[in-house]
Design a protein around this ligand. Sequence first.
Ligand SMILES: Nc1nc2c(ncn2[C@@H]2O[C@H](COP(=O)(O)OP(=O)(O)O)[C@@H](O)[C@H]2O)c(=O)[nH]1
Ligand SMILES: [Mg+2]
Length: 402
Amino acid sequence: MFGFLKDKLKSAISSFSKKAEELPEIKEETPASAVIEEQKEQAKAQETKEPVEIPEHEENFFIGQKKEPVEAMQEKKQEEKKGFFGRIRDKFKKPDESKITIKQSRPEEKKGFLDKIKEVASTTKISDKEFDEMFYDFEIALLESNVAYSVVEKIKSDLKKDIANKPVKRSDIDDMVEKSLKKSILSLFDVESFSLVEKIKGKKEKPFTMVFVGVNGVGKTSTIAKIANYLKKNNLSCVLAAGDTWRAASIEQLEHHANKLGIKIIKHNYGSDPTAVAYDAVSYAKSNHMDAVLIDTAGRQHSNVNLISEMQKIIRVIKPDLKIFIGESITGSDCIEQASSFDNAIGIDGIILSKADIDDKGGAAISIEYIVKKPIIYIGMGQDYDDLKEFNKDNVLASIGL
Ligand SMILES: Nc1nc2c(ncn2[C@@H]2O[C@H](COP(=O)(O)OP(=O)(O)O)[C@@H](O)[C@H]2O)c(=O)[nH]1
Ligand SMILES: [Mg+2]
């Protein structure tokens, strides 16, 4: 699940920090002041007779101290050619660990000259303009993964607030970007959610009614079967209403699931009014003291005026406790657009994203709550009855490597 986005984000983070490496260091401590300090330190070191133990990897920094004069002169010349920053860069190349002999560090050592230079040389500041350029790889990674444009913009502005226009240690940039990205994506799921089982159990007057809507083939009928199975496991009884009286074989499909699960189904003939089917199912549940009614509907595009008004009729008559939109995770922005249209037509209460198991990108899962402002309550993870998982934002983050 969402492996494509995971890989893309990983390479965007690394390309971002590589670009940050190329930015100039900030000049908050000037090289001149650093040089003066170096001279003072050297003078002090010469004054003290006591030899100072220097770790081997630092040894080379104190040019000439332990070298033969000619060799030392040549090296010094070469070092001078490199210029101040060239030398500094050399000194802070990660030392070959195999050559380091651990010696006791000087106990009185405060933040030394080395540390100060290292800090200056490794600190940078990313301007707004630089940030916009450096964010480009993220933009592409997110858009390619079906993340909605407005969500990409939000992530960009969150990251910019956290990272741009302030001194940042180059070595920390990977980490900062990752943390900021995680925080930003988590904030996309700020919509209040609910537990279906608690809602059903909490309703005093039985039954609890739910209508499932969405376009053709997204998985409404299969998801209803999964929910029926889930309710059964939670000791909640339910009846299914075969409200898709329009699509060939849809009634048999739901009936097949009902039989397999040992659950009652209410059905009429093809072409009959789905509101009547739903009404009969609610009556059946009432007289049999059942906990819930799950109403299937025909798939419809929001542009199909007749089918939309048929759906509005079901809603008007049944007044369901929940209207659940089902959309295919893999369809990305289409799925988000459909959810918005259904929300405008009937006011949805929650979202189920089906087929997340075959979605490598995850853009819909990341964007839909933020745009539609309705919670994702479940995700479909396969074709078996148990393949319905409660939505968990931490799992989404983990699946994209954050
Ligand atoms: N891989 C996968 N397939 C699913 C999932 N949910 C539904 N399907 C499949 O999608 C197809 C259409 O499902 P169906 O329930 O008939 O959709 P409907 O037209 O909206 O009722 C079927 O072959 C289902 O098995 C899911 O979470 N993962
Ligand atoms: Mg169906």
